[in-house]
Design a protein around this ligand. Sequence first.
Ligand SMILES: NC(=O)c1ccc[n+]([C@@H]2O[C@H](COP(=O)([O-])OP(=O)(O)OC[C@H]3O[C@@H](n4cnc5c(N)ncnc54)[C@H](O)[C@@H]3O)[C@@H](O)[C@H]2O)c1
Length: 423
Amino acid sequence: MRISVIGGGYVGLVSSICFAELGHLVSLVEIDPEKVESINLGKPLIYEKGLKQLLSIHAGRNLHARQNYDAIPASDLSFICVGTPQGDDGYADLSMIRSACRSLGQSLKDNDDYHVVVVKSTVPPGTTEDLVMPSILEYSGREPGEIGFAINPEFLREGLAVQDFMNPDRIVIGSNEKRPGDLVESVYHGLAAPIIRTGLKSAEMIKYASNAFLATKISFSNEIGNVCKRLGIDVYEVMKGVGLDHRINPYFLNAGIGFGGSCFPKDVSALIHLADRVGVTPVLLRSVMDVNEQQPLKIVEILLKSVKDIKGKRVAVLGLAFKNDTDDVRESRAIPVIKELVGRGALVAAYDPKANASMREILPEIEYCKSASQALTDADACLVLTEWPEFGDLNKEFELMRSRVIIDGRRVLSCRDAEGICW
Ligand SMILES: NC(=O)c1ccc[n+]([C@@H]2O[C@H](COP(=O)([O-])OP(=O)(O)OC[C@H]3O[C@@H](n4cnc5c(N)ncnc54)[C@H](O)[C@@H]3O)[C@@H](O)[C@H]2O)c1
């Protein structure tokens, strides 16, 4: 099939490459010229396992990136993958969706072929019906029925995005009519996953409910972990025993410094605002966010028990990305931790295998190191904030520290004398 993808960020780029891998002809529309150039050269600007290899196979063959919308009319479907960040009021900022719909609608103006517009971005329930459909119909001047509408939320995990896209647990397709839903379903032909067909709003809500539930599991584990820490109990032993119950499952029960990333914090926040708007008090969701706000600072509290005055002390921070296997630092829990350390006058020496450059854009004032050893040299304390497997191999590197205060925020270290944030 001929597919257009609007937005070449994490979701748009991964989707484009995987659609190409599934045999489709893909045209990627991205407003950032640097991203367009890098994609066409087969050199992605983001790090994601397996992405570069697949891009080098498909770039310039069945995947082309452009800054304009010229290829849209010749496509059968367009997938909207632009960002929906958190707005100032906490609700989803839909301005990029609006602008993409305007351009997409205009590009479909002088065209008679049937076309399906698919929203892959995470949008609050009602967005496709109340914003996307009227906007596309207005700017294209076409009649309802000439353009089909669908929502196909994406559930990939950053770091494992290609693997998740090609091996999804389920494919959710919401549509206003049968025909657009059938077309979206045919795009995924060959993937062995259950397909859930729903109406537009249900598909939009499935994405929010899924992310909110996973975030709830993490905050729940963290709260249990905080209690366990006071009682001298290992929360990882506890959660192993809890997670083997098939009604619960072992995933997302790892206690630590909390969740970050471009999805959970903003999606839970949007759901809280949506609940408020419709007159429901989101007691549970607010608590999930409260725990997540407080959790990263607990590692600083533990540090202050060992190093009372951290002013002028060198603190090695290992891990900046919001999780391992990515260079994404959006809402990373390392940000509030580092800000707290800097606010108390500590000298932060940070190292991340992939995310030094992206964190430097947010926090330019700290020292960035080329290796864990460099960060640990002469350090008065060490905080581990991302679960990079390579940190698990650190051992003799800790001997480079001036004083051996090591606190693990992710249960990744193997050395015995590290203190856990909630174990
Ligand atoms: N990142 C994830 O892990 C993930 C997972 C599932 C769902 N989502 C959702 O997918 C959506 C995209 O997320 P992302 O992380 O890929 O965002 P992103 O910010 O990495 O990428 C969005 C891209 O869209 C481009 N863009 C913006 N307006 C445009 C326009 N009018 N025309 C063409 N390109 C335009 C931007 O330049 C940017 O490159 C969001 O709604 C997000 O919530 C993200």
